[in-house]
Ligand binder design. Structure first.
Ligand code: HEM
Length: 531
């Protein structure tokens, strides 16, 4: 058995993130600048003045609605429960939903952000169209990723509106380039695998998806630009680790501590790379008049006012990579783990793909995708068990908000839907604990009218992995095609299995995130593809 020593001996940024989280979750942050040789009094005065200038206003206090239960509070009180949420949110959400959420009830889950109010579907319908300044999507994101320091989160509408319109209208037009990039990225990332070869596929998929996404963002000028591709990957990882470190630092110290954190410092380097690579590309297009079908060009053409500044477009393009790469790379990772754990699904999926491609002359057309309902179903079932986010539709209610039945959500309440727990509800999903890879395919065949509600990219009250309402993920249709194209390539070109004795590796809970395991390996062997 061979092993991929060149790459697997260099753990990726995400592995670092996971190892860091495991190791440091209880460690206080060390501040090297504290051990200075300045006189203690001078030091104290200096520190106090800087803190006075930099300390943010105190965050407003949350008011809990009486009679709504708070789950998971045990002997250690609310403080211990909030800490527990960091690594046990999945269990706490399942407990809350089973006890109180099932019949449209509400509950709070304690978390470091405060007690989050889990709301029932009837309120989601009403809140999905509430004014954005009252039910704030971006504020939650900024809080979650310490956006004030990491820059994660953006109130720009340039990228959501461009993804929603131009990208979604061109989904099939971008596919040939996506397919070509998948072939190149696999060739670059996966060794020959003539015999079974142990690979860390979680890392490989991050690299592959980063290249494929970059191809859609700006063609080969981006997908073959290694510095850009690595920055798109590390921008997210640095933001994620930086945010986790900051969360363990007292609020009043964050303005200073953030300046000394290597991850936060690296974020500005990623912006430098984005500007260095993207601005000349945009200027070149001005000169030649070239209008390629890619996101960068569509954003350039959609931009208005301050958005037309190429610095702005470059920064936003980097932020799109945060939304697109680790999210989409998680899916094939979870899928290969599921297929290794349940190899009985491999041949039926392969057969379906071969048949669909045969009927479409070997091309991944829109029709070809429609002829792969089992693959779509398997992807959705895999996401039901291992979604990237355990809570979605996260919003901050900024002012007291009274709903049509008279219930008032107090100002400064973080709301959300316990999406994963909802998909484990037996009234919505029969036998929910059973992994049934083709359940959505059967549902679609029995009820063709409701079929669109059962597809991977669907967003409805029973299926909110991509969120819901005006901020529902606009990239989900592209993600669905991209992940399918990767799985088609994988299933046609490789056999795969777990090393002897290895079980399906569990996902890692980090607050509301449920991350694919980056420590496991998969044995890969090349096969002769039919197409
Ligand atoms: C499997 C992959 C993906 C998952 C699981 C995912 C998930 C999500 C979720 C849960 C939201 C928030 C929705 C809400 O709260 O209602 C979101 C928003 C967003 N996603 Fe995705 N996403 C994925 C891929 C992508 C891709 C490939 C792109 C870009 C091409 C993208 C672009 C965005 C943007 C721009 C937003 C913000 C929408 C807004 O501000 O209104 N996502 N995504």
């Amino acid at each position: 058995m061979a092993s991929d020593t060149t790459v697997s001996s260099l753990p990726s940024a995400v592995v670092h993130a996971q190892l860091w989280l495991r190791a440091k979750v209880t460690e206080p942050v060390q501040l090297p600048w504290i051990s200075t040789s300045l006189h203690p009094l001078v030091l104290l005065t200096l520190v106090c003045s800087v803190l006075y200038l930099l300390t943010p206003p105190r965050t407003k206090k949350q008011r809990l609605v009486p009679n709504i239960p708070v789950v998971g509070v045990g002997v250690g009180g609310i403080g211990a429960a909030r800490k527990r949420f960091l690594s046990e949110s999945r269990d706490m959400l399942l407990e809350g939903y089973r006890k109180y959420g099932g019949n449209g009830g509400m509950f709070y889950v304690p978390s470091p952000l405060g007690e989050r109010l889990m709301i029932p579907p009837k309120y989601v319908e009403e809140l999905k169209s509430a004014p954005v300044d009252k039910v704030d999507f971006v504020a939650t994101f900024i809080e979650m990723f310490e956006g004030k320091y990491t820059t994660m989160g953006s109130r720009s509408t340039l990228h959501p509106r461009t993804v929603k319109h131009q990208l979604n209208q061109n989904l099939i037009n971008v596919m040939p380039a996506v397919e070509a990039e998948i072939r190149d990225a696999f060739a670059a990332q996966i060794p020959p695998c003539e015999d079974w070869t142990a690979l860390n596929m979680a890392d490989k998929f991050v690299q592959i998806v980063a290249r494929v996404s970059s191809r859609m963002f700006g063609g080969t000028a981006l997908s073959q630009h290694d510095e850009w591709v690595q920055s798109t990957i590390n921008f997210a990882t640095d933001g994620f680790i930086g945010a986790q470190k900051l969360k363990k630092t007292p609020v009043w110290l964050r303005p200073i501590a953030s300046r000394f954190m290597p991850e936060i410092q690296k974020i500005s380097h990623h912006y430098d790379v984005a500007r260095k690579v993207l601005i000349p590309l945009l200027q070149e297009r001005d000169k030649t008049g070239e209008r390629p079908l890619d996101l960068l060009q569509w954003m350039k053409e959609n931009a208005q006012g301050e958005e037309t500044d190429y610095n702005y477009i470059a920064e936003i393009q980097l932020k799109v990579s945060f939304a697109a790469i680790h999210t989409s790379a998680a899916a094939p990772t979870q899928l290969i783990y599921d297929l290794c754990a349940m190899p009985e699904y491999i041949e039926p999926l392969r057969d379906e793909i071969i048949q669909a491609l045969r009927e479409e002359n070997g091309k991944l057309t829109k029709q070809a995708f429609l002829k792969m309902p089992r693959l779509d179903s398997f992807m959705k079932e895999s996401q039901r068990f291992n979604p990237l986010l355990l809570i979605t539709f996260e919003r901050l209610v900024t002012d007291d908000l009274t709903l049509s039945d008279g219930f008032t959500i107090p100002a400064n309440t973080q709301i959300g839907v316990p999406t994963h727990a909802v998909t484990m509800d037996s009234t919505l999903y029969p036998d929910p604990e059973k992994f049934d890879g083709f359940r959505f395919h059967r549902l679609k065949s029995h009820d063709p009218i409701a079929a669109s509600r059962q597809v991977y990219a669907a967003s409805n009250l029973a299926s909110m992995s991509f969120g819901y309402g005006r901020h529902a993920c606009p990239g989900r249709f592209f993600a669905s095609n991209e992940i399918k194209a990767i799985m088609v390539y994988l299933l046609l070109n490789y056999d795969f299995k777990f090393p002897e004795g290895q079980q399906r590796p569990p996902s890692l809970v980090v607050e509301t995130q449920y991350l694919p395991n980056h420590a496991a390996t998969v044995l890969m062997r090349k096969r002769t593809p039919e197409f």
